[in-house]
Design a protein around this ligand. Sequence first.
Ligand SMILES: [Fe+2]
Length: 321
Amino acid sequence: MTTTAAAATAAKLLAVEAHAVALETTPGWVTREQPIFWSEPRPEARPAHWRYAAIRAALEQAAGLVDLSLAERRILALRNPFPGNNFATTRTLSCAYQYMLPGETASTHRHASHALRILLDARGTYSVVDRIRMPMETGDIVLTPGGCWHGHGHEGDRPACWMDVLDIPLTHLLEPMYFETYPDRAQPAERTVDASPWRFAAADIGRRLDDAEFTSPRGCVARVELSASGMPTMGIAVERLRPCAATDRRRSTASRCVTVTAGAGRSRIGTELFEWRFGDTFAIPSWVWYEHAAQEHSQLVEISDEPVMRMCNYYREEIAA
Ligand SMILES: [Fe+2]
């Protein structure tokens, strides 16, 4: 092709591309500033760690200032430090510590997002979920499937604190979010139950862990998985760790939020090393290598988007040799 012919072709191509842009389309043959494919998972979320003692102290201070009769919830959300984020803990999950004083109630509402509570320190607290009242005691995990009316109350004599985990970032991405407040402040309970598909009592979790074997390759971890009835976006696993140098090192396309419900230890997540204690939470982004080392007998509650990844056939997992 002559230089003149090449220049004419280039000019025509530029005109085609300009027309394509005017049609609100993006030519696929042009090199993009932001690629849409890349060679392996590339999480925006970062490994991160939040300390329960410090956050609980901040909530204690807030308790004297934030009136639950006015505020929807007294929470501090765990904000992963990726740019532009102010509430997500991983790409798909948001976690928040919630704090209630004796005698308080948290008003009834419902929303598209699925939610669960990991009870860190609670005696005499309860949830009413679609008119069913169930206890929320230390060590329990209580579910609130999306669309269910739910409110909380506290009839104990000491402040209570727990971890809320919701799939709000995923709900935002898929865009089914809605939020409604109940016509009255609190939906009345029709009945009270101890056993429910939405409540995993601490004692039952403990019995299941007693029956679980320490089967991971290094024999450090016994793991049970709990069925999140009506909540297909979240996987719930409870792990009992015994003191050891380190668990196996692994990564997967799922992202995970891990709350420490007993013990102390450390986790290496990517290049970060986090020393954790009771009540702390840490975030494991997608495709980041991680391993745990318990310094004493410990228990971790891991909430993940693994069911979503599996449903989409996106789930991949690697364990280091
Ligand atoms: Fe809620």
